[in-house]
Design a protein. Structure first.
Length: 216
C-alpha cells in the first residue's frame, strides 16, 4: 500500500467487491487514504457474533465495526456496507441484530440481500443435505431479494418483507439526508415524468414547460 501511494499519487481507487473488516487497522486505513482510496464496501454480512463464528468465514469482529466506519469517514473515504439475512437456522433475534447494526452505522449507504446458496459452495451442499430450500426454489432463476432457505422462526414472505421494509426506510433516510445536505441551487424539481425523461435536452425541456398540461 505504501508503494501504491508513492508510485500512483494521481490515481484514485475503490474497493467495490467487499473489504475484509478484520484487516482494517488504523495503519491500513491511513495508508488507504494516502493512496487515494475514495470508496470502500465493508463486507460485514451479519450483525450477530455467534452467527459470524458459526457460519461466516470472515468472522468479522462486530464490536470493531463502528470504530472502523468512523475512522474511514474521518479520512474522507466514502464508506458503504454489505449485509445478508436468511442464513440457515438464523433466528428472529439474530436477524434483528443485523438490521439494527445496519441502521446504526454512520455509513454513506448499505446493501442488504437475502442469503442465496450457489452451486459448488458448502452452503448449497448443506441446504441440499438438510432439505432447506423453500418450495419452488429454482437454481436457474436466482434473485437475491427472494428467500431461498427455510428458517425455523421466519417464513419466506416475512423475510422478504423485512428486507423490503428496511430498504424503503433506508431510502427515505437517504432522500432526506440529500435534501438537507445538497444546496438548493443544485436541486432540480421535475413537474412531470416527461420532463424527467428530457434531462439534458435544454430546448426540449423549454418546450415541455411552455406546453399546457392536457385537461383531465
Amino acid at each position: 500500500m505504501r508503494l501504491v501511494a508513492k508510485e500512483f499519487p494521481d490515481m484514485a481507487f475503490s474497493v467495490p467487491g467487499g473489504t475484509e473488516v478484520n484487516a482494517l487497522d488504523n495503519e491500513m486505513m491511513d495508508l488507504m487514504a494516502a493512496a487515494n482510496f475514495h470508496k470502500v464496501l465493508l463486507a460485514i454480512e451479519a450483525g450477530d457474533q455467534s452467527l459470524q463464528e458459526a457460519l461466516i468465514d470472515k468472522k468479522v469482529k462486530i464490536h470493531r465495526v463502528p470504530e472502523v466506519v468512523d475512522y474511514l469517514k474521518s479520512k474522507g473515504i466514502e464508506t458503504r456496507a454489505l449485509f445478508m439475512i436468511g442464513f440457515p437456522d438464523e433466528t428472529k433475534d439474530q436477524i434483528a441484530r443485523t438490521m439494527a447494526l445496519a441502521q446504526s452505522l454512520q455509513v454513506d449507504d448499505f446493501y442488504i440481500a437475502l442469503v442465496t446458496p450457489l452451486p459448488g459452495t458448502p452452503l448449497y451442499d448443506e441446504c441440499v443435505r438438510r432439505g432447506l430450500f423453500v418450495d419452488g426454489f429454482d437454481i436457474n432463476n436466482i434473485r437475491f431479494s427472494i428467500a431461498s432457505i427455510r428458517l425455523p422462526e421466519v417464513d419466506p414472505l416475512e423475510l422478504e418483507q423485512l428486507r423490503r421494509t428496511m430498504w424503503q426506510k433506508a431510502f427515505e433516510q437517504k432522500r432526506q439526508r440529500l435534501a438537507r445536505d445538497v444546496p438548493k441551487e443544485r436541486r432540480t424539481q421535475f413537474l412531470s415524468a416527461r420532463e424527467y425523461e428530457l434531462v439534458g435536452f435544454k430546448s426540449l425541456q423549454k418546450d415541455v414547460r411552455e406546453t399546457p398540461a392536457p385537461a383531465e
